[in-house]
Write a protein that binds this ligand. Sequence first.
Ligand code: MYR
Length: 131
Amino acid sequence: TFNGSWKVDRNENYDKFMEQMGINLVKRKLATHDNLKIIIEQTGDKFHIKESSTFRTLEIDFTLGVNFEYSLADGTELAGTWNLEGDVLKGKFNRKDNGKELIASRIVSGDELIQSYSYDGVDAKRIFKRA
Ligand code: MYR
């Protein structure tokens, strides 16, 4: 289950990924240490997410397979969907400004939540531990 409170523990290739996203060095440095925490509450095909970081706090609701909008901390707007494939949440989003695709996934592995991202040929991971 994805349910619970998760705190980012480490990143893999996240700086390169953000660079590909067009995020400048200063913001990347801040984002690397954003202390991201997410609380996931799944009820059937509905998810309620509480996100908090050094940048902001916000709450997001989405339903599997239903398009929704989400803005990144730097203001970049995305629209897309999450779907459940087996034990894996798979996200397909598009940036509103340039149309390019951002693919994401979430999987719980042992005591960790692994979020993987792919954008324009660059892959990254953020790995969370239960908090
Ligand atoms: C959620 O389920 O938490 C909200 C929707 C998330 C959309 C995909 C998130 C991709 C974030 C990539 C980080 C980009 C930093 C440049």
